[in-house]
Design a protein around this ligand. Structure first.
Ligand SMILES: Cc1ncc(COP(=O)(O)OP(=O)(O)O)c(N)n1
Ligand code: TZP
Ligand code: MG
Length: 216
């Protein structure tokens, strides 16, 4: 059965090393209506990751928003994050489930593969992420995944997340295709002059697309 925790706008942090700027901007997008936050920082060393993740943990608790750690199961465990997101080369989903427990949010990258999604579900994933659904400036080499995957993934019964190149102009398409959540880095954190306002606008457009998907 689908849960409703994985639903709405899923903000993913950029590779920022300035803690103050990171926390200020994350606070703005949380206030703008983000439902999930992923801490992803490919540039930070382990000490920076621990410090930033701890600070984000305090902030997300204030907003009662789940914090998901990208790639690093040990870090998720160390700071008692709500979950972890693992891609194809980031470790075993079943091990993450065993270590974080039955209520943890375990996200799985499925790229453009329903077979991968099926295997992720069997290994204990909480949600299935597909992408890049549009070309991404943040990850330009990410292979593209068609939006038609969301209709196919519906039969798996787990919440779905779209990622890659999602912005205020195309996020309604993501909702209309049947995705439960839209994961966003660049259009929220790197390209917007007002990330909190952009978050609220994007959430509204996602909801409009999802209403179309439901035939409303
Ligand atoms: C919600 C969500 N979906 C997909 C990814 C990508 O994970 P991965 O393929 O491991 O790539 P990196 O993010 O680690 O570069 C994600 N992080 N979040
Ligand atoms: C991590 C990741 N995986 C596929 S695309 C992508 C980057 C998403 O960032 P943006 O929202 O800026 O395209
Ligand atoms: Mg990864």
């Amino acid at each position: 059965m689908k849960g409703n925790i994985i639903d709405g706008l899923y903000a993913i942090t950029p590779d920022w090393l300035d803690d103050e700027h990171l926390l200020e901007t994350v606070e703005a997008v949380l206030a703008g209506g983000v439902s999930l936050l992923q801490y992803r920082n490919k540039r930070a060393d382990a000490a920076t990751r621990l410090r930033q993740a701890r600070a984000l943990r305090a902030l997300t608790r204030r907003f009662t928003v789940p914090l998901i750690i990208n790639d690093h199961l040990d870090l998720a465990e160390a700071i008692s994050a709500e979950g972890v997101h693992l891609g194809g080369n980031d470790g075993n989903l079943a091990v993450a489930r065993a270590r974080l427990g039955p209520t943890a949010i375990i996200g799985a990258s499925c790229y453009a593969s329903i077979e991968r999604a099926r295997a992720a579900r069997a290994a204990g994933a909480s949600y299935l992420a597909f992408g890049a659904v549009f070309p991404s400036l943040t990850k330009p080499n990410a292979p593209l995944a068609p939006l038609t995957l969301f209709a196919q993934a519906a039969e798996l019964g787990l919440p779905t997340v779209a990622i890659g190149g999602i912005d205020a102009d195309n996020i309604a398409e993501v909702g209309a295709a049947g995705a439960d959540a839209a994961a966003v880095i660049g259009s929220l954190f790197l390209e917007s002059p007002a990330p909190g306002v952009t978050a609220a606008t994007m959430l509204g457009a996602l909801r409009a697309g999802q209403a179309l998907h439901r035939g409303e």
